[in-house]
Design a protein around this ligand. Structure first.
Ligand SMILES: C[S@@+](CC[C@H](N)C(=O)[O-])C[C@H]1O[C@@H](n2cnc3c(N)ncnc32)[C@H](O)[C@@H]1O
Length: 157
């Protein structure tokens, strides 16, 4: 199985970018992983929140292959303990899914079309994180999940 993390807009903060790359590189030892950044929409100031979400949604949906399984990062989604998240990953691998695509929404979240297309929603907390910060938390949790599956001493509980 491959894993892709789709996100909207470049990370401007160098420190955050460096940390994200650290976990991306670690993850590569366990799984074919790619972080794909969809460029920011131009002239967003002239768009309503709904229209911005719709436009971002169109770009997200265009990136998906027919066989991809789409999981949204959403604060109203299902919460997992890290051990449960590692089992979730194992189940997806066992199911023979070609590519699992996690998506992070833009500043206002997802359009209705993206919600309709998704096979699941995962929350990392009931609190809302910025669409930039959440990238780091996702790559770290993926890394943690794979170290759990490999019985490596990174996660402790
Ligand atoms: C600033 S948040 C958008 C918040 C917006 N109010 C909403 O309803 O989705 C930007 C994106 O970060 C991700 N995100 C933020 N907090 C999250 C959390 N606690 N769990 C999972 N994803 C989160 C989601 O993908 C969200 O679309």
């Amino acid at each position: 199985m491959k894993i892709k993390l789709l996100a909207i807009g470049k990370t401007d903060d160098k420190n955050l970018q460096t940390l994200i790359e650290t976990y991306q590189n670690r993850l590569k030892h366990y799984i074919n992983f790619q972080l794909e950044v969809i460029p920011d929409i131009k002239n967003v100031k002239n768009l309503s929140e709904v229209r911005q979400k719709e436009k971002e949604g169109e770009l997200i949906l265009k990136k998906l292959a027919a066989t991809d399984q789409l999981i949204l990062l959403d604060e109203k989604g299902k919460e997992f303990r890290s051990l449960e998240f590692s089992s979730f990953l194992q189940k997806k691998m066992n199911a023979g899914i070609k590519q699992l695509v996690f998506v992070i929404g833009g500043p206002y979240g997802f359009s209705e079309a993206v919600y309709k297309k998704a096979q699941g929603k995962i929350s990392l907390s009931k609190m809302t994180f910025s669409h930039q910060m959440i990238r780091l938390f996702v790559v770290e949790q993926l890394y943690r999940g794979f170290t759990i599956l490999k019985n490596e001493p990174y996660h402790h509980e």
